[in-house]
Design a protein around this ligand. Structure first.
Ligand SMILES: [Zn+2]
Length: 102
């Protein structure tokens, strides 16, 4: 298992393709790389079926890849959780799509 990282605008199509290929996978939306910023949490979504991920950029930070909000994708939810815990970053699962380990 590996985490696929999509970190800038040029990755947008690869990111969308990844979600299509891995409908049972998970997308971690990065809101902060700073462990001390407690007002933000990084949010884990299901790769398919979450309206939040496809909401237009101006109203939602879970929008398709931007430099400010990189996406980490994996078919293993635990792998994304481990990545956050290794880096001591705050995270939660999305309230809309409620990802769970398959
Ligand atoms: Zn979601």
């Amino acid at each position: 298992m590996t985490i696929d990282r999509f970190e800038n605008e040029d990755d947008k199509q690869r990111y969308l393709d990844w979600r299509k290929r891995n409908p049972n996978g998970f997308v971690l939306n990065i809101n902060t790389w700073n462990p001390k910023l407690t007002m933000y949490k990084n949010i884990i979504h299901r790769a398919s079926g979450c309206s939040s991920l496809d909401t237009p950029p101006n109203i939602n930070r879970d929008r398709p890849v931007t430099h400010e909000h990189p996406k980490l994708c994996s078919t293993d939810l635990n792998e994304l959780v481990a990545e956050m815990e290794n880096k001591d970053l705050p995270y939660k699962t999305c309230d809309l799509c409620k990802p769970k380990v398959n």
